[in-house]
Design a protein around this ligand. Structure first.
Ligand SMILES: Nc1ncnc2c1ncn2[C@@H]1O[C@H](COP(=O)(O)OP(=O)(O)OP(=O)(O)O)[C@@H](O)[C@H]1O
Length: 171
């Protein structure tokens, strides 16, 4: 019993030491851990690399376009939103691979929903890109964004019906 308690406290001590070594002691270290996380995610996910590159090109271009304050914020929001959703997707995938590395139907559901988050964010950013960048670069009328918008909006009933059919089948 005494031996067991001693072993537990040694384990606890070594865990705390490891935490001290790995944990952030100051702002610079917190920042470098965050950058490390983003770099790891980029190295793991091809889609994140694509979104990062496209996002950079759009943000870089928007520096030189005659863009007003509101539109500039929308562009930034759209790019950051897609990258954040990719990071969340990568985070979820890593968590699942850590705890449930084997094939599991629930893992499939969670990973698919996680990919759905990225797809939804990407659809939003396409509309913002066409409406603002398309207009500034190619003089596209808002009608082009509305045509894409119509395409996305018509997905709503389609997706809804497919979801309801699945729900009915399960009952
Ligand atoms: N352990 C698992 N159990 C069940 N299905 C899985 C499992 N791992 C992956 N899948 C299925 O494979 C798909 C791709 O998963 P993966 O982890 O390879 O992500 P990925 O190739 O980075 O794709 P993305 O990030 O674009 O969703 C998942 O959406 C899911 O349908």
């Amino acid at each position: 019993m005494a031996q067991h308690l001693q072993k537990n406290s040694t384990n606890q001590e070594s865990k705390e030491k490891l935490k001290e070594q790995l944990g952030s002691n100051n702002l610079k270290e917190s920042f470098s851990h965050a950058i490390e996380g983003i770099l790891t995610a980029i190295s793991q996910e091809r889609n994140l690399r694509i979104h990062f590159f496209v996002g950079f090109v759009i943000l870089f271009l928007s520096l030189f376009l005659p863009i007003d304050k509101n539109n500039y914020i929308w562009i930034f929001f759209a790019v950051f939103f897609v990258i954040i959703s990719e990071l969340i997707n990568t985070l979820i995938e890593n968590l699942l691979d850590l705890f449930i590395p084997e094939f599991h139907p629930i893992v499939k559901i969670i990973k698919d929903i996680s990919s759905g988050i990225v797809l939804w964010a990407a659809m939003f950013s396409v509309i913002v890109g066409i409406a603002i960048i398309g207009n500034l670069l190619f003089n596209w009328d808002i009608i082009i964004a509305k045509i894409f918008g119509f395409g996305f909006v018509s997905l709503f009933p389609f997706i809804y019906v497919l979801g309801v059919i699945r729900w009915k089948k399960k009952r």
